[in-house]
Design a protein around this ligand. Structure first.
Ligand code: TYD
Length: 136
């Protein structure tokens, strides 16, 4: 099942008294070739983002600062993941419905994906997602 492919990936941590460091390398820490990254920032309290599924887009989501919850839905069941570490990435394969909520003030979210932006890759209607219960 697609839901089983979701993975909380622990990134390398280089601890240093001058300040810590983490890094992300394509094909090492991410199970796809990186094509695009984007940021979500300045989210007002209580807002919800990203309520949709992607046909092709696979992604890795990192809370660079702050915290948020990511709710993933496969058409039948839902699972919640809380991100609050800059050295953890949540890998979500294509074909799953997901939204982001419960953003702490000043949360900065990095999304790394395997596709360029393409509106045709979005499934924005939850009912049709459920009805089709797409298995990509
Ligand atoms: P969208 O992915 O719908 O945001 P969310 O799902 O988090 O609410 O993106 C919002 C708008 O931003 C979308 O209509 C087009 C634009 N956009 C781009 O131009 N390029 C991108 O890489 C992304 C992610 C969005």
């Amino acid at each position: 099942m697609l839901m089983d492919d979701i993975e909380l990936i622990e990134l390398p941590k280089i601890l240093d008294r001058r300040g810590n460091l983490t890094f992300i390398e394509g094909n090492t820490h991410i199970p796809f070739k990186i094509k695009r990254t984007y940021l979500i920032f300045d989210v007002p309290g209580g807002e919800v983002r990203g309520g949709h599924a992607f046909i092709e887009q696979k992604e890795m989501i990192v809370a660079l600062s702050g915290s948020l919850d990511i709710i993933v839905f496969d058409g039948v069941k839902e699972q919640k993941f809380s991100l609050n570490r800059s050295y953890q990435g949540l890998y979500i394969p294509n074909g799953l419905w997901r939204h982001m909520e419960n953003f702490a003030t000043n949360t900065l979210v990095l999304i790394i994906s395997n596709t360029s932006y393409n509106e045709n890759d979005y499934i924005r209607n939850k009912k049709s997602y459920i009805d089709e219960n797409i298995s990509i």
